[in-house]
Design a protein around this ligand. Structure first.
Ligand code: HPA
Length: 276
């Protein structure tokens, strides 16, 4: 049943973006969607036109795919995503990411806004995700496994592909950014964490806290795609700075926009060579 939904969504999307054949997909997180507006020869496909898709309910999360060219390469971007805290089944949350893989995306660049937990992290910093803690209390692979998607018990040792992190690190260095790597704790939300929860997360080895990404990475890794995770530290995590607001998150993401877009463009140019 789930497989058919993915297939149907991918076919529909494929038809709408013909003749483009993107091998790289991007998920653009809170406040980070502007990258899609910089694509050349762009074609938008609103989520609400796609069979089986849910609409994002969060302000500032536009809801559409944008297919276009970056550095001369076809890419497919999700401008906005849905979250588990919106009350949707997890299958629905990962459907767009799975549809991109089904459509031929071999690499998924998955971005998010996150709270910075570890020492020295500053708002506005971009961090490469090295690994995650799935603390959402759910896994997108529960239920009967469909072998057409992937194996029952996927290994997660290199869920955030080391080669892609290395590539991103090099691109960052060439742009004067020394990108740190960190462990992303994916929580359910939508309330931000308490200071006590942040102390717990830090003790557990988390560097970043957020409300997305982990289930998408599990789902696309299950299907054999490679994932690169990038967090934009929009705020210090609870208890480490002032009070948290979604406005602050959006404002920092806005400030980071030019650097973030430049980094993504550089990464896509490097991926173009890697995939050639
Ligand atoms: N916690 C969880 N999610 C977030 C945060 C945070 O501090 N900032 C942006 N998304």
């Amino acid at each position: 049943m789930h497989y058919d939904d993915i297939q149907r969504a991918a076919e529909f999307l494929g038809q709408r973006i013909t003749p483009r054949k993107p091998r790289v997909g991007l998920i653009l997180g809170s406040g980070l969607g502007a990258f899609a507006d910089s694509l050349d020869d762009a074609q938008g496909v609103p989520y609400d036109t796609i069979p089986g898709f849910a609409q994002s309910t969060v302000k500032g999360h536009a809801g559409r795919f944008v297919a276009g060219k970056s550095a001369g390469m076809d890419v497919l971007a999700m401008q906005g995503r849905v979250h588990l805290y919106e009350g949707l089944p997890l299958e629905q949350v990962v459907l767009p990411a799975r549809a991109m893989v089904k459509l031929g995306c071999e690499v998924l660049v998955i971005t998010n806004a996150a709270g910075g937990i570890s020492e020295g992290m500053t708002p506005g910093e971009l961090v490469l995700i090295s690994d995650h803690l799935n603390l959402q209390g759910q896994n997108p692979l529960t239920g009967e496994n469909d072998e057409r998607l992937g194996t029952r018990f996927p290994d997660m040792t290199e869920a955030y592909a080391p080669a892609l992190r290395e590539l991103a690190q090099k691109v960052g260095a060439s742009q004067g950014l020394s990108l740190r790597q960190g462990v992303y704790a994916g929580l359910l939300g939508p309330s931000y964490e308490t200071p006590a929860e942040i102390r717990m997360l830090r003790a557990m080895g988390a560097d970043l806290a957020g409300m997305s990404t982990v289930s998408e990475v599990i789902a696309v890794h299950h299907m054999g795609a490679r994932a690169l995770g990038i967090s934009c530290v929009t705020n210090l995590a609870a208890g480490l700075g002032g009070k948290l607001t979604h406005d602050e998150v959006k404002a920092t993401a806005e400030e980071v926009k030019p650097r973030f877009i430049k980094l993504l463009e550089g990464i896509l140019a490097a991926l173009r060579e890697e995939l050639a």
